[in-house]
Design a protein around this ligand. Sequence first.
Ligand code: NAI
Ligand code: MG
Length: 497
Amino acid sequence: MAGLFTTIETPNNIKYEQPLGLFINNEFVKGSEGKTFETINPTTEKPIVAVHEASEKDVDLAVAAARKAFEGEWRLVTPTKRGRMLLKLAELFERDIDILAAIESLDNGKSLSMAKGDVTNAAGCLRYYGGWADKIHGQTIDQNPQTLNYTRHEPIGVCGQIIPWNFPILMWSWKIGPAVATGNTVLLKSAEQTPLSALYAAKLVKEAGFPPGVVNIISGFGRVAGAAISNHMDIDKVAFTGSTLVGRTILQAAAKSNLKKVTLELGGKSPNIIFDDADIDNAISWANFGIFYNHGQCCCAGSRILVQEGIYDKVVARLKERATQNKVGDPFHHETFQGPQVSQLQFDRIMEYIDHGKKGGATVAVGGERHGTEGYFIQPTVFTDVTTEMKINQEEIFGPVVTVQKFKDVEDAIKIGNSTAYGLAAGIHTKDVNTAIRVSNALRAGTVWVNSYNMLSYQVPFGGFKESGIGRELGSYALENYTQTKAVHYFLGDSPF
Ligand code: NAI
Ligand code: MG
């Protein structure tokens, strides 16, 4: 039986105290059923530690804590004070950046330098929403001289938040920052593959001075704790990031339970389009970064590279060369760009797609195999000779696998670009301003990068068209997900009736 804390020493010799319990009411507690589960180090395929697992009953307990805080103490905290708590939390993330980054590399497998980037961005996100906390206000509306009309942007209530394993600490901040800034309380479930950084951050929540019950963090499985959240009758809103399949389930659960508000950030199959007139060096660099960053485990990954016919051969040759230069290996090695995939299951799913591509007639231009013999490593893989309809060109692979397809002109690029059920992101590489604007207007995607890729900012909204999701996170747009508008009619005269 696991205790509530343990000391972990990371491969880069950082020793820290890792919480293992469920964080409810500002305390770490054991799961009510006494169950635990192991989280795996994807570099070694060995367990790191076991954490306590949340049951349905634990979800009830966390919801009760969040409800009590929402109805009680948290209501009385001024917006400025809420903001200050978020600023303090951001500061603590920065203080403990080396610990948080090492946890991410250990539990998720991402390289330490990228993990540090994630923690920096998570701190930035918390600080950004801390700044918003006392700038949320409604309108006064001049209807007639006898009526004072005004609106209030009120918190929604208890928010259930379900996050994935590809950016554990960053997704934690995207979810908690705007929810707490606007006066909600939260129950967040981390992904079962990567529970450790969320629990460490929970410890910082307490240190930052949040009252008990405002932020509750649980570890657990989707089909148990995740389903309990989406079906719960006393959760007012669910925010989810993950697969489109589970996103549909959550929307159905909301419809069948209490019609809780739902925002979804789902999958993608984003085109990264290179025109004949592009700056080739930069385009190659962005195309490579667009797909292989975070080992291809990005919802917005540029997983379909579309190249205009005049430069197709040149781009394929350059991409092959560039992909083989990406250093694959131990996330704690300073030169590593690509670590292991997060789990055996994800590794198997990706290898199955690679196999399907090979059998379906696509050409493996580079990669296509496991890398090494230990850990869930996959070679950076580039497929050519693909057609739009192929499964590897339609479904999200979520690994270091990209297809390269040829197109003729602007119309052709738009048509192929929009040819999947997804609409999360797109990239365009051209020196022609007209082409850039025309194509970015025509692509059905929530984010378009011109002459870059994967450059997200907490100041700029992010979310999907089509089956890539519902709602927008980040920027001021995220505040809309966590507030509801109340219209007040204050009548000043005598009743005319
Ligand atoms: P998933 O959608 O099953 O997991 C994401 C989160 O949802 C986890 O916290 C999980 O515990 C939870 N979950 C799972 N089933 C649930 C349910 N029935 N009710 C409520 N919550 C539930 O994704 P998984 O299996 O880890 O990855 C599968 C594929 O999903 C990937 O290959 C990728 O294509 C996509 N994905 C997309 C992500 C994104 O950033 N949009 C992140 C992770 C996965
Ligand atoms: Mg893990």
